[in-house]
Structures are given as structure tokens and as C-alpha cells.
Ligand binder design. Structure first.
Ligand code: COA
Ligand code: MG
Length: 294
């Protein structure tokens, strides 16, 4: 998944617009973008939308966090409609993913949906404890790792939690705490062998800054990004689709290793390539194939 577009669940217009946005996934939001008074209506709208949508983007639902007292009603309303997955905000550790997973099992069983069919993408840096426990998502909770589809991060809730006045400095660079959260997400996702997904960019009218920021994410290891506005989707898809040039280079590396009988190291055009290069090339080809399937 390259692009994941947030759509407030209580907006019929945006839900419809999201379908044609070109996003690989929609994140139908029941949390921050929906007022408390609207949660009930939003749950119903989300379920109806998921049940009626055919083909198109993968449909995830962002539920309210496990401490909100709202999660169970969210899940009860939407799992029967068969969403591709759940986004879990304010996740404090892999244990929260395990807790969600147990609930999903029950709802899946009640709805006659295959056990484990509903994937999970936690937002792992919205609480200080969550940032510090980023390593806990890596396979330590039996029965949940198969559900984990990726890890993503958020700066806004974390800044509120720690009382930071801003998340970026005057030059638009994240300050240290948020750089740490961002980097922790990349490492935690790779340790858990799932996709690192970059956070939203709230200033949706500044396309140049968005492009720059998205390219930095791709450079550093993210393989996809969340969007808040349809205009951000094509930018994300473009940045996270491996270029023809990069794909050809990766293919040459894989072929050179295969042709040489899979040794530890090969030379191509006077440059050394060893096992990490092969691994990187294989990962890029897998992403190129996934992008081409859309
Ligand atoms: N998904 C689908 N459609 C969207 C959209 C979204 N996230 N954001 C905007 N649109 C639609 C608008 O409804 C509008 O449709 P129209 O042309 O038929 O009238 C069109 O795209 C252009 O929107 P625009 O006028 O540029 O923005 P806006 O002022 O209507 O909306 C936001 C701005 C920020 C309120 C809106 O983008 C939004 O709701 N984003 C998602 C917020 C969210 O889910 N946050 C939680 C995660 S951080
Ligand atoms: Mg939030």
C-alpha cells in the first residue's frame, strides 16, 4: 500500500470522493475527525459504505483508542461488513495490538468471517509509552503477527501528550522528539517485517513542501504514506512507485546474483554488490510488482 487516504466516516460526500481518489486504501475515520455526538451515525455510515463498496481501494477503519470506551461499539458496528483492516490509534505497545486482535477474533467468528482476515495497522507514536515500546510489535504476541499489515506514526497527539509547543522548527524540520518517533517507526516496522507508513502532512495546500517531505520519507525507508486530502494521493503514489530505472537496476542485481550461482558478492559495471544490495533489490522489485498490480 502506497497511499492511505483518511476519510471522515460521517461525510457521505468524502466517502464517495475517496473511492475515486486513486488511493490504495481508504482509512474510514471514526476517531478524531468525528465529533462525539456523531459517532453513532458515523459507525452506521462506515458499515454501509464498506458493505456496498465493490473492488476499489482497501477499506480500513480507524476506531477510537482502547482507553476511550468506544472501541467495542466501533468494532461491533463495522466488522460484520468485512473491512480489510483496523487502524488502531494511540497504541501503547504490541500488547494493545494483541488486545485488539482478541476482540477481532470474536467479531469475526460472530460474523462468519475467517479468523485473522481483518488486518491491523497501529499508530505507534501517539503516546510517550508507545514511542518507547516501538520494539514490542515484532512478533512477540502469538496470534497477532499475521494481522499486522504495517506500522504508522503521528506527531500531533504526541505533541499534546508531552506539551511540546511545535512539532517542527522554523525550517520545517521535525524537532528531536518527533524525529525520534519517526525513526522509531521505521525501525519497529522493519523489525516486525511489516510496512513502515509515513504520517499525514496537515498543510494540504503546500504541494511543494509535501512532495519534498514525502520524498524524504521514501529515502529513509517508508514504503507508503497517509493522506488527508485527495490532492495528496497522486503525489504519494508517484513517490512510492519504484521508477522504471530503479526497477531495471534492481532486476540487474538479482539477475547477476542468480547468474553467478548466488555467491556472497558480485561485480556489476565496476561496482561491488553484496548481500544487503541483493536484499534491497528484491524488496524494491516486490514493491514494483505490487504497484503494477493496481
Ligand atoms: N477524502 C475524500 N474527499 C475529500 C477529502 C478526503 N479526505 N478531503 C477533501 N475532500 C473533497 C471535498 O469534499 C471537496 O469535494 P467537492 O469538490 O466535491 O466539494 C474536494 O475534495 C476538495 O476539498 P477542499 O475544498 O480542497 O477541502 P475541504 O476544505 O473541503 O476539506 C479537510 C479540508 C481538511 C476538512 C478535508 O480534507 C478532510 O476532511 N480531511 C480528512 C480529515 C481527517 O480524516 N482527519 C483525521 C486524520 S488526521
Ligand atoms: Mg489523533
Amino acid at each position: 500500500m502506497r497511499s492511505l487516504l483518511f476519510v471522515p466516516a460521517d461525510s457521505e460526500k468524502k466517502l464517495a470522493k475517496g473511492l475515486g481518489s486513486g488511493a490504495d486504501a481508504l482509512i474510514i475515520d471514526l476517531e478524531d475527525s468525528v465529533a462525539l455526538a456523531n459517532k453513532k451515525a458515523a459507525r452506521r455510515m462506515a458499515a454501509e459504505f464498506i458493505a456496498s463498496a465493490k473492488g476499489g481501494p482497501a477499506l480500513y477503519v480507524r476506531v477510537n483508542d482502547l482507553a476511550s470506551g468506544l472501541t467495542d461499539d466501533d468494532l461491533a458496528a463495522v466488522i460484520g461488513a468485512g473491512p480489510a483492516g483496523i487502524m488502531l490509534p494511540k497504541s501503547n505497545s504490541g500488547e494493545d495490538v494483541a488486545r485488539l486482535s482478541v476482540r477481532l477474533r470474536v467479531h469475526e467468528a460472530e460474523a462468519g468471517i475467517a479468523d485473522g482476515a481483518t488486518r491491523i495497522i497501529p499508530i505507534v507514536t501517539e503516546t510517550p509509552a508507545g514511542v518507547l515500546a516501538a520494539g514490542s510489535y515484532a512478533g512477540s504476541y502469538a496470534g497477532t503477527s499475521g494481522r499486522l499489515a504495517g506500522l504508522t506514526w503521528g506527531a500531533e497527539d504526541l505533541s499534546a501528550e508531552i506539551g511540546a509547543a511545535a512539532t517542527r522548527d522554523e525550517d520545517g524540520r521535525y524537532t528531536d522528539v518527533f524525529r525520534f518517533a519517526r525513526i522509531s517507526t521505521i525501525l519497529a516496522a522493519c523489525a516486525a517485517e511489516v510496512a513502515p507508513i509515513d504520517t499525514v502532512f496537515p498543510n494540504f495546500r503546500d504541494e511543494a513542501a509535501f512532495l519534498r517531505d514525502t520524498r524524504e520519507g521514501a529515502r529513509d525507508g517508508f514504503t507508503g504514506r497517509m493522506a488527508i486530502h485527495p490532492a495528496q494521493v497522486p503525489v504519494i503514489n508517484e513517490v512510492f512507485t519504484p521508477s522504471a530505472e530503479a526497477t531495471a537496476e534492481a532486476r540487474a542485481v538479482v539477475e547477476a546474483f542468480a547468474a553467478a550461482g548466488n555467491p556472497g558478492v558480485v561485480a556489476i559495471d565496476g561496482k561491488m554488490y553484496d548481500r544487503p544490495h541483493l536484499k534491497r533489490a528484491e524488496r524494491l522489485l516486490a514493491r514494483a510488482t505490487a504497484a503494477g498490480d493496481r
